[in-house]
Design a protein around this ligand. Structure first.
Ligand code: ADP
Ligand code: MG
Length: 868
């Protein structure tokens, strides 16, 4: 087909071949055009009119286009939907002599390489590879220059990490296991971008800190893709950092999801999340830093305490803090500006923003010194060179900067002598034109003679039709005749025009040169600027913590290695904020070093789930270095948090099955250590009473004997509360409620001991069920409590389980399996007790039964039951 095509279409096809999976935006004049399939698809996605090139031939080519000045929004629309866009520009300026302009792909914008994110968001491009130990993963944020890598063992860990990074694009050199790829695509709807292996030697300066060859290769692969798509150098990237997931408090993807750290389950928005609560940051860098800290709370006491100390200082210096916040408000996104500078994609206005931001540095440093914040020494060193840069920018840039770098108007008069000449020429030019106009009026005697300018014809003299007759001057050369006027030119005007246009072009060129020089000077300070940005980000988060601690009466937690947990007057920080501190009922959470588990019982809606989440959020905040919602908090340092929320808690809205719940529980039990925090909310609710209860009990015992992690276990199986009598490591607590004026009031107050089992009957009484019925219910309950199957079941399961644990070193699942098996045989025993008529009842075909038959059957069954 391409032989028949015009040279331009041939050129198009050659470029398209280089990026077959991207929309090719092909620059033609003032438009970016798309052809063929791209045009058809893009016209739908972007709501553009689909036309055709060579419409009237037998070979029409589908085509659509967008104006070059608004191309960005079209690119964003496509990329946000997970597509890639290759921008193919004219790489030489139009000249009359040549027919075909050279065009090249200058950049491929992909979901993972987009840098114009929403304020305060990261955009991570990831590369995942299998390795001898499992997996290696590297990621980069092109907009901020952050580059990191890690090793992961299991598929689950890879999924967790991708979930945490919210990566939208994964570079793939070799295929990953199909199951992993499918899970990643399904859960995060990310795209895979295939690319060839990268060269390690090309990136040696960024790989200094990385030793393992597999990690180095993974980073080289990642960067190779970035370099190819961006077609520019990547000077702003920071040397790769290695991290391990256990450098931080670990939480799997579902736990984070359940705890609503950054998005709520219902709306997917930030409002109502921990991030929403904590975010008092004022800068885009601070906002990103806060999100990173939420994802990765610390585990080392010294690091946490160092943050706490700065929060304390900021709290103790109210006025200095206010001034610091005022400075932060004026600071733009330095990290992103530095990246744009390095990528050569910064405009004049953004350089102005950089200048404005840097002007706050001296004051910030003064304030930090006044408060004696120790980290100030890190960055004081680079202040002089940054101030020099700021001065230079100040002298060079005008106040009101244009977006474009191609139209001049960026540089101040007096900054550059050469430029000043051109500026003078252009400015004087206006005067010269006015003078010439006056002179010509006088010479011709035409009062309404005007000298005008337009882009097509340049300068010209315009006189009205009537007055034109008066002009006999032979210097006047007719240019154009319009309905009401005539346009002329003169040699003098032509000469003047030449001078003026030349001055204008030269001015623009010179300004651009100076702009590039300035940009390079900024670029040279890039590493310092990144350090400053990092420090400001951290301080911004810390001041945010200080504001919160002060406004919401949080306390500074202490940490111990003795596994002691004592929170006095704890609150769920988000619910407290939503409902107000007067409404929220504070609760203590106390677990001494020998208490592993708290079994929480209480009616629905009494506050069990809230209490559990409250603990998780308190721990996360504490290990981020924040103060916590309590009047006193003494905490162990946790290594991992697992939360398992029961199926009917409507959080999974029907998606969760009992199997999923068990798989999650299994994972938690396998990975948890005595330093972990486990939250099991109504586990086993999703199944028939007996196996659910049996499994719940087995899990509680397994934790008590094997895992020894601090565990909160809320349950509606009241029978389980007897476990607290048997094991000193397990304690009961319950949520109290009371009746007031016939209304049931939840006090949301945790009390020691198990909830009263007759609770449901009390509620029923409030609902005014017949008294006779209630008395009967109480009798049945007593019977059940005194002997009967429930406790037998519990005991039997208990014993079997005990043997299993003692006699074998089976892993969790098999222990649980055995208990389940035992459970089956119990059910069989149960079945023998079931009266015969039950079987009959089950098999009865109601459609074939007359009312009379039914009555007779009922009568017989009643008799059998009574005589039993
Ligand atoms: P449960 O898990 O026992 O069914 P939840 O923890 O879901 O109960 O709490 C139900 C509602 O009670 C919550 O939505 C919350 O508004 C309120 N609540 C829970 N704990 C408290 C508390 N300590 N103070 C005030 N209101 C609370
Ligand atoms: Mg609940």
């Amino acid at each position: 087909m391409s032989q028949k095509q015009t040279p331009m279409i041939q050129q198009y096809l050659a470029e398209k071949e280089k990026q077959p999976d991207a929309f090719l935006f092909f620059r033609v004049g003032d438009f970016y055009e798309m052809f063929f399939e791209d045009a058809k698809k893009a016209s739908q996605l972007l709501e553009l009119t689909l036309t055709a090139k060579n419409k009237n031939t037998d070979n029409p080519i589908p085509m659509c286009g967008v104006p070059h000045h608004s191309v960005q929004s079209y690119i964003d629309t496509l990329v946000d939907q997970g597509y890639k866009v290759a921008i193919c520009d004219q790489v030489e300026t139009p000249q009359d002599t040549k027919e075909m302009l050279k065009r090249e792909i200058v950049q491929v914008v992909t979901p993972g390489t987009k840098i114009d994110q929403e304020r305060g968001e990261n955009n991570y491009l990831t590369c995942i590879e299998t390795s001898s130990q499992g997996y290696v993963l590297s990621y980069v944020d092109l907009g901020t220059g952050e580059l990191q890598c890690t090793e992961l063992e299991t598929e689950e860990e890879v999924i967790n990490e991708c979930g945490q990074l919210q990566t939208k694009e994964v570079v793939r050199v070799h295929p990953l296991p199909t199951s992993l790829e499918e899970k990643l695509k399904e859960r995060f709807s990310l795209i895979f971008s295939d690319h060839e292996a990268g060269e390690i030697s090309r990136w040696s300066s960024l790989l200094e800190n990385i030793v393992r060859p597999e990690l180095r290769q993974c980073i080289a692969d990642l960067l190779g893709y970035v370099a190819d798509t961006q077609q520019c150098n990547l000077d702003h990237l920071q040397p790769a950092q290695y991290y391990q997931v256990d450098f931080y408090l670990q939480m799997d993807y579902y736990s984070k999801f359940n705890l609503e750290l950054k998005k709520t389950i219902r709306t997917g928005k930030a409002e109502g999340t921990l991030f929403w609560l904590l975010n008092e940051t004022k800068t885009a860098m601070g906002k990103r830093q806060l999100q990173r800290w939420i994802d990765r709370p610390l585990v080392k006491k010294a690091e946490i305490v160092a943050r706490q100390e700065q929060v304390q200082i900021l709290m103790d210096h109210y006025f200095e803090r206010q001034r610091l916040v005022e400075c932060f408000k004026g600071i733009y996104d330095l990290e992103r500006l530095v990246s744009k500078v390095a990528l050569g994609r910064v405009n004049a206005r953004e350089l102005g923003q950089l200048k404005q931001s840097l002007q706050y540095l001296p004051e910030i440093i003064d304030l930090l010194e006044e408060m004696e914040i120790p980290t100030v020494k890190h960055w004081k060193g680079y202040l002089p060179s940054l101030m020099e840069l700021t001065d230079e920018l100040e002298q060079a840039l005008v106040e009101d900067l244009p977006l474009s770098t191609q139209e001049g108007g960026m540089i101040r008069k007096g900054y550059d002598a050469t430029l000043d000449q051109y500026i003078e020429a252009t400015e004087n030019g206006v005067q010269w034109i006015l003078e010439l106009e006056a002179k010509e009026r006088e010479k011709t005697g035409v009062k309404n003679l005007r000298i005008k300018f337009n882009n097509n014809s340049g300068y010209y003299i315009e006189v009205s039709k009537a007055a034109a007759k008066q002009i006999t001057d032979e210097r006047y050369i007719k240019k154009q005749t319009l309905a009401n006027s005539e346009r002329f030119s003169t040699v003098e005007l032509k000469d003047l025009e030449k001078v003026l246009l030349e001055a204008k072009t030269k001015r623009i060129e010179r300004e651009y040169e100076l702009f590039v020089t300035l940009r390079e000077k900024v670029k040279a300070q890039g590493p310092w600027l990144q350090r400053v940005a990092e420090e400001i980000a951290t301080l911004d988060v810390l001041q945010s913590f200080a504001v919160l601690a002060e406004e919401r009466n949080y306390c500074r937690p202490t940490f111990n290695e003795e596994h002691e947990l004592k929170i006095i007057d704890g609150r769920h920080p988000v619910i407290e904020k939503v409902m107000g501190s007067n409404e929220y009922v504070p609760n203590d959470i106390v677990m001494d070093k020998n208490t592993y588990e708290l079994l929480i019982t209480g009616p629905n809606m009494s506050g069990k789930s809230t209490y559990m989440r409250q603990l998780a959020l308190t721990v996360i905040m504490a290990q981020m270095g924040s103060f916590v919602p309590a009047s006193q908090a003494k905490l162990p340092l946790f290594d991992q948090i697992f939360t398992r929320i029961g199926a009917s808690d409507d959080l999974y809205s029907g998606k969760s099955t009992f199997m999923v719940e068990m798989m999650e529980a299994s994972e938690a039990l396998r990975k948890a250590t005595p330093d972990s925090l486990l939250l099991f909310d109504e586990l086993g609710r999703g199944t028939a009473t007996f196996d659910g209860m049996a499994l719940a009990q087995a899990i509680i015992e397994y934790i008590q004997q094997r895992v020894k992690a601090k565990t909160l276990f809320s349950t509606h199986y009241h029978e389980l509360t007897v476990l607290a009598d048997q094991f000193s490591e397990i304690k009961n607590i319950h949520v109290s409620a009371k009746e007031e004026n016939g209304q049931l009031i939840f006090l949301h107050k945790m009390q020691p001991g198990a909830a009263s089992q007759s609770y449901g009957i009390e509620v029923a009484r409030l609902a005014q069920l017949p008294e006779e019925l209630l008395i009967r219910a109480e009798a049945i309950l007593q019977e059940l409590e005194s002997k009967e199957m429930t406790s037998t079941v519990v005991d039997t399961v208990q014993e079997t389980k005990q043997e299993n644990i003692d006699s074998s070193k089976e892993d969790t699942m098999s222990t649980v399996d055995m208990v389940a098996e035992e459970q089956l045989s119990l059910f069989q025993e149960e079945e023998e007790k079931v009266p015969d008529f039950c079987q009959e009842l089950e098999q009865l075909d109601l459609m074939q039964t007359t009312p009379l038959d039914a009555l007779l059957l009922l009568h017989r069954w009643q008799k059998e039951w009574r005589e039993r």
